[in-house]
Design a protein around this ligand. Structure first.
Ligand SMILES: [Zn+2]
Length: 283
């Protein structure tokens, strides 16, 4: 997945970021430094390499999910499927309140009602040698302090506590139903160009190669085999956008003529080269 974060005065073309002002370069480096290592580039000014992070993939629809969300009890993917349930009658659960991570409750679960987002618990908190778990006295006061989410209910003549799960409550350690898989981040590396150093580009013999690279294609005819597929429409669109932003004197002409360019690699390279060179002669 390529980043698409908006940076003022910068433009994404075919997954590459072109910064039009020194300020936009600085901002891009700052914005992306949290998820990417940013090193000086070889064919570009900066090369952004993703830092390795884990992501979760929904096993029902293959959507990418934040791993913390996916692991969250009762979390639902956008497809409607629950990604994780920390259920199971009788299992020990730890309950953590976002407002106070230090004091946790340990209780026994009864069942989880995913539809109403309610966790049914055996009413008595349990003690534990774990320092983090509140002792019985503190546990009862924690329940009291958070009473807006707890309701006493009777099921089959037995008392339970129904706990409404909100974004401020985490249920940990229960036996889980899991409907996601864990993957490394699929963030792609990308190039950052400080276009303010060279834009606008003059028409020169190097221009066809610059335009073709901008469409993520190789500008050398010898590089291709006869049965290579045609360049996709995306490449031509990216090249057009590059011309519009960085070779403005050719932008209108490109708009008119590029629809006639051949799409097989050698033909496209020849047509783009001729397009630029004709202009070179007439300047
Ligand atoms: Zn899904």
């Amino acid at each position: 997945m390529l980043p698409t974060t908006n940076i003022p005065d910068a433009v994404w073309i075919a997954g590459k970021l072109y910064c039009k002002t020194p300020e936009s370069s600085s901002m891009a480096l700052e914005v992306f430094s949290s998820d990417f290592f940013i090193d000086p580039g070889v064919d570009c000014d900066w090369y952004a390499r993703p830092k390795t992070t884990s992501i979760a993939i929904c096993m029902s629809c293959n959507r990418e999910l934040d791993i913390l969300d996916a692991r969250r009890h009762g979390n639902k993917c956008a497809c409607g499927e629950v990604t994780c349930l920390e259920v199971v009658d009788g299992s020990l659960v730890r309950i953590v309140f976002a407002s106070n991570y230090e004091a946790q409750l340990q209780m026994r679960s009864h069942h989880w009602d995913a539809i109403s987002n309610t966790f049914y618990l055996h009413p008595d908190p349990l003690s534990s040698p774990d320092r983090k778990i509140a002792d019985i006295h503190r546990a009862k006061s924690l329940i009291q302090r958070n009473k807006s989410i707890f309701t006493e209910v009777t099921i089959d003549n037995k008392q339970y506590l129904a706990m409404r799960v909100t974004s401020n409550v985490f249920v940990l350690d229960a036996d889980r139903y899991v409907n996601f898989s864990v993957h490394f981040s699929n963030l792609q590396p990308f190039e950052i160009f400080e276009a303010w150093r060279w834009a606008p580009l003059p028409v020169s013999i190097n221009l066809p190669a610059r335009i073709i690279y901008a469409g993520n294609q190789i500008p050398e005819i010898d590089w291709y085999y006869p049965d290579d597929p045609d360049w996709p429409e995306d490449s031509f669109e990216a090249m057009g956008e590059f011309v519009r932003h960085f070779v403005p004197q050719l932008a209108d002409e490109w708009e008119r003529q590029s629809c006639g360019f051949r799409h097989d690699a050698p033909g496209a390279i020849e047509d783009i080269t001729n397009f630029c060179n004709r202009r070179l002669v007439t300047i």
